[in-house]
Design a protein. Structure first.
Length: 241
């Protein structure tokens, strides 16, 4: 009984962060490191066009633990899960060579149906095995492209389903849910100072096209895709504040 209680207490102080290598997930990782005693990371390879984001994860993790001394002792293992099937069945502008635009439904064709539902379900399964209670994701309903699986109601409903289906008390955290991109940059500065902002600018990747040739004030990217425009606009408003 004492062992079970100790395990529960350790799990309550531990988190798993969905860590793609982008601006939002890097900010979420810093947020988790600031709050939990043990933090692990999880990335997904689903055949995305901007797979280069996954290649940025190691540099971001290394940079983060160098910013705040306490974070070095809190950052645990990194995990990567391959989800080729998700890319194969989605047929979107994020998983095949296609111009970025809008579907007849009004949703952008970068929407990968079920992506966040699948990500969080796999994350919960890994958290179950690793004894982690808290799962952190960068979903946002403020500055976003209208993806229905980024909505707060979706995440809350999924938390209930995961807790019922796995007989565990997972807590899904979305610290960026009600922040716009300027506020996300500001949160990063609050957590790790200007050094964290600079790290995210230099090492993270957001561009849907996977473009890392051109360096802008806000980071690397094509500068014209929806992800780049959101990031650039947010950084400009953050810098002007």
């Amino acid at each position: 009984m004492a062992t079970d209680m100790a395990t529960d207490m350790a799990g309550d102080r531990s988190a798993l962060v969905l860590f793609s290598g982008g601006q939002d997930s890097a900010t979420c990782l810093a947020w988790a490191l600031d709050r939990f005693a043990h933090v692990e990371t999880l990335g997904f390879d689903y055949g995305q066009r901007h797979r280069v984001e996954l290649d940025r994860r190691a540099a971001l993790r290394a940079g983060l633990v160098g910013l705040v001394p306490a974070w070095a002792g809190r950052l645990g293992e990194d995990h990567t899960v391959t989800l080729d099937a998700l890319g194969e069945i989605s047929e979107t502008a994020l998983t095949r060579e296609a111009a970025i635009g809008y579907e007849e439904s009004g949703l952008p064709n970068t929407f990968v149906p079920g992506r966040n539902l699948v990500f969080l379900t796999f994350a919960a399964a890994l958290a179950y095995r690793r004894g982690l209670r808290h799962v952190v994701g960068g979903m946002c309903e403020t500055d976003y492209s209208g993806y229905p699986d980024c909505r707060d109601d979706t995440i809350k409903a999924l938390q209930v389903a995961l807790n019922l289906g796995m007989e565990r008390r997972f807590v899904l955290h979305t610290p960026l849910m009600w922040l716009d991109k300027a506020q996300t940059w500001s949160l990063a500065e609050t957590l790790g100072g200007r050094a964290l902002v600079d790290l995210i600018v230099e090492e993270s990747h957001t561009c849907y096209l996977g473009e890392r040739g051109q360096r802008h004030a806000w980071g690397y990217g094509c500068g014209t895709c929806p992800a780049c425009r959101l990031r650039a606009d947010g950084f400009a408003r953050f810098s002007a504040a």
